[in-house]
Design a protein around this ligand. Structure first.
Ligand code: FAD
Length: 331
């Protein structure tokens, strides 16, 4: 009989893990939101489409490259070849030397997760609130439903949510407490047609802002100018519970000072998204967390750091470890 595995979270880490385990275990993924992809996200509305989480990703790891190869072939993953700029604290903009190519999913960042998710077993709109039962017979509970028993439960939620949810003991709890994540705000601005930015991708050194990008400059997006502005993570962390209107005004004021010619007064819409756990300030320093005796584990970008690729590697390597354990148990 195959091991049954519950995975909490359908971001890139949870999906990478589920893909690696398929064939070895009976996997069910529980995801609190309506869709998959987690922080690799797209918001669509009447004012256009905005990748409001991860802007792009690198493909340096061979396993990540292998997993993406079919999508690189069929165009679901494409290079975003816009030059990357950097605006210094003095407002000067320079074009950065080309580093690793930057990739995006097409036609929106959610396309990658959707493509992987189609072969996996999901419960969406299912927020897990409690793990009960006992080792090897874990129950996974929402407010009014209970699933299981499962041999293994694995969380791919951000570290603070994983710490609150999972019945880890020491030393895992202490290790989770050491991980620090910061919030972020993403402002999504729809400008009138024909407005051009002085750049389409720019890291910003500013006490309130960290990134300005034109979503419409990515491959196969809508042509209308859809501008993404990310807050500086430290500033966001100290304003996480401020009123959203106030945060938006603060970010708009900062944008006006650094790009005074941008016709913000004629913006057709300015929306704001709050990410409570956006980036990793202090990672775990190991690829995943595993309590083999009690059959609990956790993965996510917070293990190795801050990027889509790190999230994939964490889920994939945990999958490698679990398949070895499952094979040993079967032998
Ligand atoms: P997540 O994507 O957070 O997935 C966790 C999932 O768990 C979520 O879907 C969540 O809904 C679900 N979940 C949580 N709790 C529960 C529960 N109790 N029950 C059920 N489901 C639950 N990375 C880059 O490489 N390049 C970038 O340019 C970049 N820019 C970024 C900009 C922003 C604003 C943000 C927020 C992130 C950015 N990142 C970037 C980081 C990148 O998005 C993340 O590293 C990566 O997507 C994390 O994947 P994950 O699977 O570890 O976590």
């Amino acid at each position: 009989i195959k091991h049954s595995v519950a995975i909490i979270g359908a971001g890139i880490a949870g999906l990478a893990l589920a893909r690696r385990l398929s064939g070895f275990a009976e996997v069910t993924i529980f995801e609190k939101s309506r869709g998959t992809g987690g922080r690799m996200a797209t918001r669509r509305g009447e004012h256009g489409s905005f990748d409001h989480g991860a802007q792009y990703f690198t493909i340096r790891d061979p396993a990540f490259h292998d997993a993406l190869e079919p999508m690189l072939d069929n165009g679901t993953v494409q290079a975003w070849s816009e030059p990357l700029h950097r605006m210094g604290a003095d407002g000067q903009v320079e074009k950065l030397e080309d580093r690793s190519p930057r990739f995006v999913a097409v036609p929106s960042m959610t396309a990658l997760a959707k493509s992987w998710a189609s072969a996996l077993n999901f419960q969406t709109e299912t927020q897990i609130r409690k793990i009960s039962g006992e080792p090897r017979r874990w129950l996974v509970e929402t407010e009014d439903e209970r699933f299981g028993p499962f041999d293994w439960v694995i969380s791919s939620a951000p570290a603070p949510q994983t710490a609150a949810l999972m019945p880890f003991k020491e030393p895992e709890q202490a290790m989770l407490r050491e991980v620090r994540m910061n919030g972020c705000f993403t402002m999504m601005i729809r400008l009138p047609d024909d407005v051009l930015l002085p750049f389409n991708a720019c890291q910003v050194e500013h006490d309130r802002l960290s990134w300005i990008g034109a979503n419409n400059s990515k491959p196969e997006r809508d042509a209308a100018p859809c501008i993404i502005v990310h807050a500086n993570n430290e500033w966001a962390q100290t304003h996480l519970d401020s009123a959203l209107d106030q945060v938006r005004e603060n970010m708009l004021a900062a944008l006006t000072t650094i790009l005074p010619n941008l016709p913000l007064a004629s913006a057709m819409n300015v929306a704001l998204h709050r990410w409570r756990y956006a980036s990793v300030e202090q990672p775990l320093g190991e690829a995943f967390l595993l309590d083999e005796d009690r059959q609990l584990a956790a993965c996510g970008d917070w293990c190795m750091g801050n990027r889509v690729e790190a999230a994939f590697i964490s889920g994939h390597r945990l999958g490698d470890a679990l398949t070895s354990i499952i094979k040993e148990n079967a032998a």
